[in-house]
Design a protein around this ligand. Structure first.
Ligand code: IPE
Ligand code: IPE
Ligand code: MG
Length: 249
């Protein structure tokens, strides 16, 4: 994974000249450091990050991205101080209420990926209502990864396959890549082509482990709350320059 700094941006290439990825993933990282730099509590960084999320989701949809998956809360993020976790849950709730209220004419299809069992009944209801209201929309699919972990997702898939095998509904030799993909939260969706990680960290942090087998990673120095539409463009342009071989020549 190469660090991709602003200096490498190519000013002369524009989006209309390049092939866009069908599916983009974003690890929305750096909220805490953004707040710390300003002497603010981490929760202020998360509020700022939530604004950036709204802006970039809308932008991605407008420029024609078909699938956007954003990592909002990992299975490991429960380790954080309770006050920070509570602040994040409030931000998720605000977003879900707002999207029900304000986005009735929107074209975005909202889906939640992750283990829902950890969320309050109120949040679960909001997730279901948001999915229901947007189910038949034709626009961009927006996967919001909440209490998502790639390993947990694979364990859930393995358990369901093992159960089917125990029930005599599945033979071990029937398990192939498609069978596994179909048991993941992203079932039916294409794998991510591009994964953007702002904040400069060079790791997956348990994001889309199976699905990212051949994703192009673009690591950027900007902190998520500072992430602009132009940073998204720069990542798309960097992606378009990559030579994807998928193991071939
Ligand atoms: C990402 O920002 C938001 C979540 C993980 C929920 P961080 O809170 O991880 O910000 P840093 O990495 O501490 O700067
Ligand atoms: C990954 O960021 C999770 C999200 C952005 C939701 P983290 O901040 O939790 O990852 P680490 O701890 O730096 O690997
Ligand atoms: Mg972080």
């Amino acid at each position: 994974m190469a660090l991709f700094g602003k200096k490498q941006q190519s000013a002369e290439i524009s989006l209309k000249d390049i092939q866009l990825p069908e599916h983009v993933g974003i690890i929305m990282d750096g909220n805490g450091r953004w707040a710390k730099k300003r002497g603010l509590p981490r929760s202020a960084g998360h509020s700022a990050g939530a604004k950036t999320f709204r802006k970039i989701a809308r932008y991605a949809s407008n420029i024609g991205i078909k699938y956007l998956t954003v990592y909002a809360f990992s299975t490991e993020n429960w380790k954080r101080p309770q006050g920070e976790v509570d602040a994040l849950m409030r931000l998720f709730t605000d977003y879900m209420n707002e999207s029900l209220r304000d986005f009735r004419d929107d074209s975005i299809k909202l889906r939640f990926i992750g283990d829902r069992s950890a969320f309050s009944p109120g949040m679960l209801k909001l997730m279901e209502e948001n999915e229901e209201i947007s189910r038949d929309r034709e626009g961009m699919v927006l996967n919001l990864a909440m209490n998502y972990g790639g390993r947990a997702e694979l364990i859930t898939a393995m358990r369901s396959l093992a159960q089917d095998a125990a029930d005599g509904k599945l033979r071990p030799e029937d398990i192939d890549e498609k069978v596994v993909s179909d048991r993941l939260y992203t079932s039916g969706e294409p794998d991510p082509d591009l994964i953007i990680r702002p904040s400069g960290e060079n790791r997956t942090s348990n994001f889309l482990l199976w699905q990212s087998a051949y994703a192009e990673y673009v690591i950027m120095d900007v902190l998520w709350p500072d992430f602009k539409e132009s940073d998204f463009d720069a990542a798309l342009i960097e992606y378009a320059k990559r030579n994807r071989r998928f193991g071939g020549v």
